[in-house]
Design a binder for this molecule. Structure first.
Ligand code: ADP
Length: 528
């Protein structure tokens, strides 16, 4: 059989082309979600790192420019140098974060100048000298670098007598007129520096997204925060280059990076799963419609062979019987009448088939006009049964007719309803089996006027009760039994009933029979 193989091929292609890659991708994504989570986390962390780096860089730029200011103001001389009288006051006044500016000889032992905001000059000189002395390697490094014409600034932590961090000295080297090195220093107050110089910059950098804090590492004291810190800890902490005792921290304003990464990744996975579902549904729809199309192709090819068969059989019979009659070889009136009847019966069958074919093609093209006028359904049924009676007699069938005389008129196209009814009667005879039972009744049910056509044939299995109304569809059992038919009769009847605003329905019990109902809606005031 060709059909199942092709359908299987379509299913296979869909699985290979759509479902398999989708499945593999989904499994890959879902299983790799923790890796992507840590990747996203990493990217965010790096971003945070860059922000902290830029703050450190900024602080460094500021002190570098201060060092340049000091250097430019310095009036070098042999064996030392000095500053203009007003310089120190002005410089310190402009930069409240600067505590003092001083000069020292290259050994660091002899402090030659101190300008500062507070305190006793001699005592400060002494404490600075001892601080420099205890950092000889650092001083030496600065001197070596300066010989190579590189001005480096080194921060040096200053502690008070109890050992607590108490400011930072930024040391760098100057050269006097003879090119001999001298040390210059700017003493900073870290907290003021953070407050006066860095705060604005940190607020700017933190924007609406981040919170930046500055904390003293020795005691955990918070020196600065650009906003309320929800739930405490910073995501990332970096020591401030200038102030070894201070640490800048940064975190996102709302969630933590991990929460953010997790929600991003889980959102991606959710979108992927939704896409999966959409694609699966799409594949299923494609599969179904291909299956339907193929079914239709098969039904159409069945239809062609059914119709040719239906056309050929009556034609062959008519021709054979007419030829026999023409030859005049038949003896007896009885026999001749029987031949004539057969010819008429077969001609009627042909007419029905041709009518169905014509109506079907007009309906397909949407060109069938309906001429609605009030009709008495009882009279219509009687008329159809009349014209059908030779056929019924031929089949040895006496219909039970049960008409309700009180039914109201319905608006209908007479010819179309006759045709629908003929198709039902024809089916009842064709598929009615050995029971030879046919009952036609009319009546009123709720808002409907109905015509029932009932037979006691083998019935229609539940799975086909909807499908028998489809174009070309024939129940496999009847098709296989070799019963002639085109699969058009019921679909035409349904089309006609729908055009009338009514419907055709089926009740059937396998083994017991079927009842087809034509139901018309009526307006109450038309009832007589
Ligand atoms: P056709 O009779 O030309 O095959 P129809 O559209 O009239 O086409 O009917 C469609 C199919 O429905 C028939 O092929 C038959 O299998 C089934 N069918 C119709 N009427 C009956 C009935 N009264 N009893 C059993 N099966 C029926």
């Amino acid at each position: 059989m060709k059909k199942p193989r092709t359908i299987r091929l379509v299913a296979l292609i869909l699985i290979l082309l759509v479902l398999l890659p989708l499945l593999v991708f989904t499994v890959y994504e879902v299983s790799g979600s923790s890796a992507s989570e840590s990747f996203v986390t990493d990217v965010y962390r790096r971003q945070l790192d860059v922000v902290l780096f830029s703050i450190n860089q900024f602080a460094w730029d500021v002190v570098n420019s201060w060092a340049s200011t000091v250097e430019n103001a310095w009036i070098p001389s042999d064996g030392g140098g000095t500053f203009p009288r007003a310089f120190a006051g002005e410089f310190l006044g402009r930069n409240p974060a600067v505590d003092a500016v001083f000069l020292a000889d290259s050994t660091g032992k002899k402090i030659s100048f101190v300008a500062g905001n507070a305190g006793d000059g001699a005592a400060r000189r002494a404490s600075l000298a001892s601080r420099l002395a205890s950092n000889e390697p650092l001083v030496n490094r600065l001197l070596i670098l300066s010989r190579k014409n590189y001005r480096k600034i080194e921060p040096l932590m200053v502690r008070d007598s109890s050992g607590r961090a108490n400011g930072v000295v930024l040391l760098f080297v100057l050269r006097d007129l003879r090119g001999r090195p001298a040390l210059a220093g700017i003493r900073l107050r870290p907290d003021r520096f953070v407050e006066e110089v860095l705060a604005e910059r940190m607020r700017e950098a933190s924007g609406a997204e981040f919170i930046i804090t500055v904390t003293r590492t020795s005691n955990g004291e918070r020196v600065f925060a650009s906003g309320e810190v929800p739930g405490g800890e910073s995501e990332l902490r970096r020591q401030l280059w200038l102030f070894p005792d201070l640490e800048a921290g940064i975190r996102l304003r709302g969630e933590t990076i991990q929460q953010l990464a997790r929600s991003r990744v889980s959102r991606d996975v959710k979108i992927l799963l939704i896409l999966d579902v959409v694609l699966l549904v799409g594949a299923w729809v494609v599969y179904r419609s291909v299956k339907r199309e193929m079914e239709l192709v098969r039904l159409k090819s069945d239809f062609v062979s059914n119709v040719s068969h239906e056309l050929r059989t009556p034609l062959a019979l008519i021709r054979m019987y007419a030829e026999t009659l023409e030859m005049g070889r038949l003896k007896g009136e009885e026999k001749r009448r029987e031949y004539y009847e057969t010819i008429v019966k077969e001609a009627e069958r042909l007419t029905r088939l041709v009518n169905n074919l014509l109506n079907f093609s007009r309906m397909e093209a949407g060109r069938r006009p309906y001429d609605l006028s009030p009709q008495d359904l009882n009279a219509l049924v009687v008329g159809v049964l009349d014209s059908f009676s030779p056929h019924l007699k031929n089949e040895g069938l006496t219909p039970v007719v049960d008409l309700d005389p009180g039914i109201p008129a319905v608006r209908a196209d007479r010819e179309a309803i006759q045709e629908a009814l003929i198709n039902l009667l024809d089916n009842a005879v064709k598929y009615g089996g050995k029971a030879k039972y046919l009952r036609v009744s009319t009546g009123v049910r709720l808002d409907d006027v109905f015509v029932d056509v009932e037979d006691h044939g083998p019935g229609i299995p539940p799975e086909y009760r909807e499908r028998v109304f489809e174009t070309f569809f024939r129940v496999p059992a009847t098709r296989n039994a070799g019963q002639p038919g085109s699969g058009l009769g019921l679909s035409i009847a349904r089309h006609i009933m729908e055009a009338h605003g009514g419907k055709i329905t089926l009740k059937s019990t396998p083994g017991k029979g079927s009842t087809f109902t034509l139901a018309f809606r009526y307006e109450h005031d038309t009832r007589h």
